[in-house]
Write a protein that binds this ligand. Structure first.
Ligand SMILES: C[S@@+](CC[C@H](N)C(=O)[O-])C[C@H]1O[C@@H](n2cnc3c(N)ncnc32)[C@H](O)[C@@H]1O
Length: 255
């Protein structure tokens, strides 16, 4: 029987949650946010509005909810939704330890059940951004946002996945997968560190989807590995990620 991506990814994240506790503790403790697998500083990227006082914000695929915490500290009323009860257990423990008021929901970011137009700001850092089909979770983000609201998401750059062997070995300066028709990668059968089912699009695929859903692109950044990093991390050798983009960030406005 073929298992759908929701079941696969929930099981993967329930099993992997203990490996993310130390990271959660480090990131909850940060005064200034840093983003993605290589810690891009918020001072450079500005993913979050500096002052979120009075804003309703949602994190789609919140995991251990450190991004939610950063938004709450900026004054937002924050909801985090995640499909993995084990990840949410860490999030709840951290929220209690930091006396941070978050609404944490166990559910699917593609169909939250929350009311239309109830948020000003939606964000995903490696949550729905990579684990949900973009046409589903971005349609849901659009529905949840008020007119003029912002959706920001960060995940793998498509080139980094295209250059990664099917085995799951570190990426190389080789095109291992077709770009035409690219929609992500299924890591469940990888020989090295089998994992979940991830979603992505070609550059034109993203632009066509945003236009169809009613999002305008406010900003786009491609992130490289910083000079000081020398080790292979997240299956990307440092020298690869200094020459090719490893992550991307989209800032969208609901039109
Ligand atoms: C790498 S974490 C990213 C979240 C956060 N930035 C962190 O690192 O803790 C990925 C999260 O996406 C969640 N996720 C995967 N599919 C989901 C879905 N359909 N709906 C909600 N959450 C989902 C997983 O359970 C996991 O907690």
């Amino acid at each position: 029987m073929t298992r759908d991506h929701l079941t696969v990814n929930r099981d993967v994240w329930n099993a992997d949650a203990p490996n993310y506790v130390a990271l959660a503790e480090r990131l909850w403790a940060l005064e200034t946010p840093e983003w993605g697998c290589w810690g891009a500083p918020e001072a450079d990227l500005h993913l979050l509005p500096g002052d979120m006082t009075g804003m309703d914000a949602i994190e789609l695929g919140c995991g251990t909810a450190y991004v939610s915490a950063w938004m709450a500290r900026r004054g937002a009323r924050v909801t985090g939704i995640d499909i993995s009860p084990a990840q949410l257990a860490t999030a709840r423990r951290m929220a209690a330890a930091y006396r941070t008021d978050l609404t944490l929901i166990e559910g699917n970011a593609e169909a939250t059940g929350l009311p239309d137009a109830s948020f000003d700001f939606a964000i995903s850092e490696y949550g729905a951004a990579i684990w949900c089909p973009p046409e589903l979770w971005l349609a849901e983000a659009w529905r949840l946002l008020r007119p003029g609201g912002t959706c920001v998401f960060l995940g793998n750059h498509p080139l980094a996945i295209i250059a990664t062997p099917y085995s799951g070995a570190p990426c190389e300066a080789v095109l291992h997968r077709p770009y035409r028709g690219f929609t992500g990668a299924d890591w469940t059968q990888a020989e090295i560190d089998p994992h979940g089912i991830c979603f992505n699009l070609t550059f034109s695929g993203w632009l066509v989807l945003f236009a169809r859903l009613g999002f305008a692109v406010a900003r786009y950044e491609e992130l490289y590995i910083p000079d000081h990093v020398t080790e292979t991390r997240a299956y990307v050798p440092a020298d690869w990620g200094k020459r090719y983009p490893v992550e991307q960030v989209w800032w969208l406005t609901k039109t």
